[in-house]
Design a protein around this ligand. Structure first.
Ligand code: 5BU
Length: 472
């Protein structure tokens, strides 16, 4: 086995499945080693060899009814193992189909069947745990996870902590030593990877459901102490002090109507959100007056700009032009679509601002047919973890576990409904149950005849749902 592993390690190196140098992961983190086992599908002999050695790790004393590969790289490996071992396979889709059966798990299975998970590389172990969660939900019993490469960054512990046995063909350290012994890499490379491993361990994870629910049970004051940036703590404290989860979307086109609404709503909201580019008579005096109202009634101002360009352009959009958003907006929104450079651009725009500033990342949208689904959501969460200006996510569901971040949910009305341009509404109670810490209400308030009474109605319903959520 030792000899086979050594030979396979060299072959993997030679087909560029393992590379050394300066790499940036898809979520913007630097790494001196890159493992990409997708290359094996172009080398059938190595592919077969790797799959059959991996299968030797499975527990022969335990019966297996199903094999499940974690998408995507491990899928061909799992298929080969399934065919060779004559054990059926299931596939857990990355997202449920939006048409037809809406199935998340493909293949024929029964609750109570035993399943082995196949994965190519583990870092934090979160991909394995997500698949485990969905398979368990269908009643399957996970007996073990077989992994080609353990990057030794906390994944093994995270998977074991959730009660799953895990076996790997290689740890990164073992692999380095095989390659060093074969003269493929230098001692300096080994040293650089080892010192990277010493500092880059991922945080402990729990099964997603357990950890995300913990956030929902905590009160805002406790969460304010866990926030990584000061503005987030201040927002949590303000919400608790004013007993409000309201973010008012003042989508009005005249400055005096926004100011009038801010005067009425101010004492009862945590954030007043505007779209500055829809205002027809924008002027600096308006910003001055809005700032005064925000100080008088204690609320934060958000410009829902949804920046979405390259770093350099968003830096200019945020600090220059007519609006000079950086100078007055406590909070801004940003689409993660452009990659981590967008955060650097905004940091650059805010570098000379002495007041607290924060960013909400638009991770999920409320509109019908939105493309913010599946990988986009998980990648947005991972990418945002690298930026200390992030106060939370704009999203529709309970997708993150960190209690120090805020879930801001738009699409809220007293009755579940939709408009005729794709907006989808949920009730205050249902958004709070789905994890909302702040609920964005626009036309539910701006279209009401008695604005104050309506504001108070939303405020009360949201707060009561929060009380039930935190002390059921
Ligand atoms: P409404 O009038 O309650 O539908 O206004 C909702 C506000 O929230 C509006 O300003 C939108 O631009 C904003 N919004 C949203 O509705 N859905 C989203 O997914 C995001 C923002 Br992101």
């Amino acid at each position: 086995m030792e000899k086979q592993l050594e030979e396979l390690a060299i072959m993997l190196y030679e087909i560029d499945a393992i590379k050394f140098g300066d790499f940036v992961t898809k979520v913007g983190l630097k790494t001196p080693v890159y493992v990409d086992l997708r290359t094996i599908i172009s080398h059938p002999k190595i592919f077969r060899q790797l799959s059959s050695i991996l299968w030797t790790l499975h527990d022969v004393s335990e019966h297996a009814d199903q094999i499940c590969g974690v998408p995507y790289t491990a899928l061909p490996i799992a298929s080969l193992i399934s065919v060779e071992s004559n054990i059926p396979m299931v596939i857990r889709r990355k997202e449920a189909k939006s048409y037809g059966t809406k199935k998340l798990i493909e293949g024929k299975y029964k609750a109570g069947e035993k399943c082995i998970i196949i994965e190519d590389v583990i870092t934090s172990g979160s991909s394995v745990l997500e698949v485990v969660k969905d398979l368990k939900h269908e009643g399957l019993i996970i007996t073990e996870a077989l992994v080609v490469m353990d990057r030794e960054q906390g994944g093994r512990k995270n998977i074991e902590n959730s009660g799953i046995k895990i076996k790997s063909l290689y740890t990164l350290t073992q692999l380095l030593h095989y390659l060093l012994a074969a003269g493929k890499i230098t001692p300096a490379i080994v040293e650089s990877v080892e010192s990277y491993l010493a500092t880059c361990t991922t945080a402990p994870l729990k099964l997603l459901n357990e950890s995300t629910n913990e956030r929902l049970k905590m009160d805002f004051t406790s969460r304010s102490k866990l926030a990584k940036n000061q503005l987030t703590s201040k927002i949590f404290e303000l919400m608790d002090m004013k007993e409000t989860m309201l973010c008012l979307a003042a989508d009005l086109t005249k400055t005096d109507s926004i100011l009038k609404l801010a005067e009425i709503a101010g004492p009862h909201i945590a954030i007043l959100k505007i779209h500055v580019d829809i205002i027809e008579d924008f002027n600096e005096e308006f910003i001055k007056q809005l700032k005064n109202l925000s100080l008088k009634h204690r609320f934060f101002i958000m410009e829902d700009r949804k920046f979405a360009d390259i770093g350099n352009t968003v830096s200019l959009q945020c600090s220059k032009g007519i609006y000079k958003i950086a100078e007055w907006a406590d909070l801004i929104t940003v689409h993660p679509v452009a990659g981590p450079g967008i955060f650097d651009g905004l940091k650059n725009a805010l570098k000379n601002i002495s007041e607290d500033r924060g960013i909400f990342v638009v991770t999920e949208m409320s509109s019908e047919g939105t493309l913010t689904a599946g990988n986009y959501v998980t990648d947005s969460l991972k990418m945002s973890a690298t930026c200390n200006l992030i106060v939370g996510h704009v999203c529709q569901s309970n997708i993150f576990s960190d209690p120090g971040l805020i879930q801001l949910t738009p699409g809220v009305k007293l009755a579940k409904a939709s408009d005729d341009l794709g907006q989808q509404y949920n009730t205050p109670e249902s958004v709070v149950n789905a994890g909302a810490d702040l609920a964005v209400v626009g036309r539910g308030i701006t279209d009401a005849t008695d604005k104050l009474a309506t504001i108070l109605k939303y405020k009360k319903q949201l707060w009561s749902a929060y009380r039930t959520r935190t002390c059921p």
